[in-house]
Design a protein around this ligand. Structure first.
Ligand SMILES: Nc1ncnc2c1ncn2[C@@H]1O[C@H](COP(=O)(O)OP(=O)(O)O)[C@@H](O)[C@H]1O
Ligand SMILES: [Mg+2]
Length: 290
């Protein structure tokens, strides 16, 4: 019987509720799974047939510690799902630049390297942006993400300097559609579209995450958006077993916010077939090369 770890964090020792549907679906395929907290030194990671990264949602806070953990797992040769090449590439939002080069419609993005002291106002103004978002290249759940008008940039100077002491930063124009239309998440298993949801911020906010009061509902999406989202998957180092493609629709087109193939919430509860599709994708990953 295959045995997989669902990698999680101290805050979610019994997983996030959505993944309990995955546990049941794996069980139905005869795959035993167990939540395993990445920072628990007592876990024997090599005792599993695969590690499925699910809810280590403190990784961007305990960044160096987590990166050392991840690198050690990759070096150990234990099977990772998604695969280690996909994980390593998707860890840092600099991958957005690779996707832009591959022809994906990405939110225009300036990357500022750690340690730099850029004139953010001048750089944004040069691109014609007045309302911007700054966020670390390694982050999740809206961590250290700020939106402001250039006239208010002084208020954020210290926050930005603090981020840049520690990690790289992205500057993007603020897309107001996030507030009017919400953010679409398209969910894929082995490159096959499964379902879609629309995430909306609470009144007055622009962050769609549940941590900030955002809400989620099922969404119908156009075929061309599915095709655009799917194209991102084929620009990854290898095809992800599971993927979430987040974007905003602007003038009828799909613009990528984020390709989440590291630890995406998959919104399994939003589609009755989704848990079984996820479990089958893991089953296929277990079969590769064995
Ligand atoms: N350029 C942007 N325009 C509008 N909203 C944005 C922009 N960038 C980020 N956001 C908001 O902040 C949230 C977090 O940003 P995101 O890039 O998805 O990083 P993460 O989810 O990894 O924290 C998004 O879901 C969205 O609500
Ligand atoms: Mg996001």
């Amino acid at each position: 019987m295959a045995f997989v770890a669902l990698v999680t964090s101290e805050a979610y020792p019994n997983l996030y509720e959505d993944d309990l549907l995955l546990v049941r679906a794996l069980d139905e395929l005869g795959i035993e799974s167990r939540p395993a907290v990445w920072s628990d030194a007592g876990v024997d990671w090599l005792s599993f047939d695969a590690l499925v990264i699910r809810t280590p949602w403190d990784y961007f806070i305990r960044l160096r510690e987590f990166r050392a953990w991840l690198d050690a797992r990759i070096t150990s040769g234990v099977r990772m799902c998604n695969s280690s090449d996909v994980l390593a590439w998707n860890f840092d939002k600099r991958y957005l630049q690779d996707l832009a080069v591959a022809g994906v419609s990405v939110i225009p993005t300036i990357v500022v390297s750690r340690g730099a002291s850029p004139d953010i106002v001048a750089r944004a103004r040069a691109r014609g942006w007045n309302d911007i978002v700054v966020k670390p290249t390694i982050s999740g759940g809206g961590y250290c993400t700020h939106r402001f008008r250039l006239d208010d940039a002084d208020t954020y100077r210290d926050d930005i300097a603090r981020i840049l002491e520690d990690r790289d930063l992205l500057i993007q124009p603020f897309l107001p559609e996030i507030m009017s239309q919400g953010e679409l998440s398209l969910l894929f298993f082995d490159g096959v579209f499964s379902h879609a949801v629309c995430k909306r911020p609470k009144q007055g906010d622009y962050r769609v995450q549940f941590q900030y009061g955002g809400t989620t509902e099922s969404a119908d999406v156009r075929d061309e958006w599915i095709a655009d989202a799917r194209a991102c998957l084929f620009a990854a180092p290898s095809l992800p077993s599971y993927a979430r493609v987040d974007g905003v629709t602007c003038d009828g087109g799909f613009v990528l916010m984020e390709l989440e193939v590291f630890e995406p919430l998959m919104f399994l509860a939003q589609h009755p077939a989704a848990p079984a599709r996820f479990a089958k994708a893991i089953q296929r990953a277990l079969a590769v090369g064995s």
